[in-house]
Design a binder for this molecule. Structure first.
Ligand code: ZN
Length: 149
């Protein structure tokens, strides 16, 4: 696959019309991320109620991969519990780094980012908003509560 193959229609669409773009006035958490090697910047805003991500938005600017990834991240984690959102982060991270094989059915539309693993310089672009989302979720210790409770 060449670099052009990375820019699938769904990525171009989310870059042109990012979903959930803008500050969240009543956010319960936010986090900022920068990728100096590409110039991408993102801030992710979350509103969590009853352990559910009720709203998630982002602001910032950057390359097509970083914007599309942020846009699709907001769609993917909305409505998820904090533990589910953190688990999705791990899946996505595995997908874009190619560190371990990921069942593509589990990641749904996000599988379009699987090609990023072949372009190491793009991994940070694709994962930037996800790292910010995970940071905005809160302290990692809180995420290891028994989900059965
Ligand atoms: Zn980038």
């Amino acid at each position: 696959m060449d670099l052009a193959g990375l820019y699938q229609d769904v990525i171009l669409d989310h870059n042109r019309s990012p979903r959930n773009f803008g500050e969240l006035a009543n956010a319960s958490g936010s986090a900022h991320g920068r990728n100096p090697s590409c110039g991408d910047e993102v801030t992710v805003w979350l509103r969590i109620e009853d352990d559910e991500v009720r709203e998630v938005t982002f602001t910032g600017s950057g390359c097509a991969i970083s914007k599309a990834s942020a846009s699709m991240m907001t769609q993917a984690v909305k409505g998820k519990s904090r533990a589910e959102a953190a688990a999705l982060f791990e899946l996505f991270h595995g997908l874009v780094t190619g560190q371990h094989s990921v069942d593509e059915r589990l990641v749904g539309k996000l599988r379009v980012f699987g090609g990023v693993a072949r372009f190491p310089a793009r991994v940070k672009c694709a994962s930037l908003a996800w790292h910010a989302m995970k940071e905005a979720l809160g302290t990692p210790g809180d995420l290891h509560e028994d989900p059965a409770r």
